[in-house]
Design a protein around this ligand. Structure first.
Ligand code: PGA
Length: 252
């Protein structure tokens, strides 16, 4: 069974508009467009429309956003809804990134609503999960991941879940330069797939794309992506360099 392979670049709160457009130009000129990997760029909100216009007709690069609000519209000053994102050309949205869970106190209840809103607007949520260093040191990482999955995913039907991508991002590996070893990544991805099989079914679990994120770069991507249950990566720092991002997308 061949699962959708994805490499997504999460730019976080980086780049000015001109830097962002320069980066997109670099990615468009260097990207291998023949392999069957879905490449997603996830820039800051203000640049989405300009980048959407730039990548326009190309089917090789998709656009994603870093977050969305739980509601469709209304008096939520400063917030951005899934329908707005869809209207400017996004097809993916990150939900539950550890930085949002940690710094913005996002709860499972909110994440469920965000995923629902994304799905209602034909956006594919990339649902992020991951344990902290302390949780791994206390050997509670499997329990933590199991809860992060079940508490949110129990709210979705099989059909809804088929549009959700999972990203396993151990918090201790994000932005630290310390990557999970391929053994650690494979072990957790296989566990996540087993949990999905229990929540949904074996065949749905086999079709689910599970990305690895956390200091994944042009040097280590190939080894990580060669693991049976790793279907690509969610890339932070290394996605800010066109060369590196394109190399990572060619690392299967
Ligand atoms: P990193 O970030 O690649 O810089 O570790 C990954 C992420 O947070 O999505």
């Amino acid at each position: 069974m061949s699962r959708q392979k994805i490499v997504a670049g999460n730019w976080k709160m980086n780049t000015t508009l001109s830097e962002a457009l320069f980066l997109v130009d670099g990615i468009l000129s260097k990207m291998n467009t023949t392999n069957e990997v879905t490449k997603i760029i996830i820039p800051p909100f203000p640049y989405l429309i300009s980048i959407s216009n730039k990548i326009g007709e190309t089917e090789h690069i998709s656009l994603g956003a870093q977050n969305c609000h739980t509601d469709e519209s209304g008096a939520f000053t400063g917030e951005i809804s899934a329908s707005m994102l869809a209207s400017v050309g996004c097809s993916y949205v990150l939900v539950g990134h550890s930085e949002r869970r940690c710094y913005f106190n996002e709860t499972n209840e909110e994440l469920i609503k965000k995923i629902k809103s994304a799905l209602d607007n034909n956006l594919k949520p990339i649902f992020c999960i991951g344990e902290t260093l302390e949780q791994r040191q206390y050997h509670t990482h499997f329990t933590v991941i199991s809860h992060q999955l079940s508490e949110v995913l129990k709210s979705f039907t099989d059909a809804e879940f088929s549009n959700i991508v999972i990203a396993y991002e151990p918090v201790w590996a994000i932005g630290t330069g310390e990557t999970a070893t391929s053994n650690q990544a494979q072990e957790m991805h296989a566990f996540i797939r087993k949990e999905i099989a229990q929540l949904y079914s074996q065949s749905i679990a086999q079709e689910t794309t599970i990305l690895y994120g956390g200091s994944c770069n042009a040097q280590n991507a190939q080894e990580l992506f060669s693991c049976e249950d790793v279907d690509g990566g969610l890339i932070g720092g290394a996605s800010l360099k066109a060369d590196d991002f394109c190399k990572i997308a060619a690392s299967f």
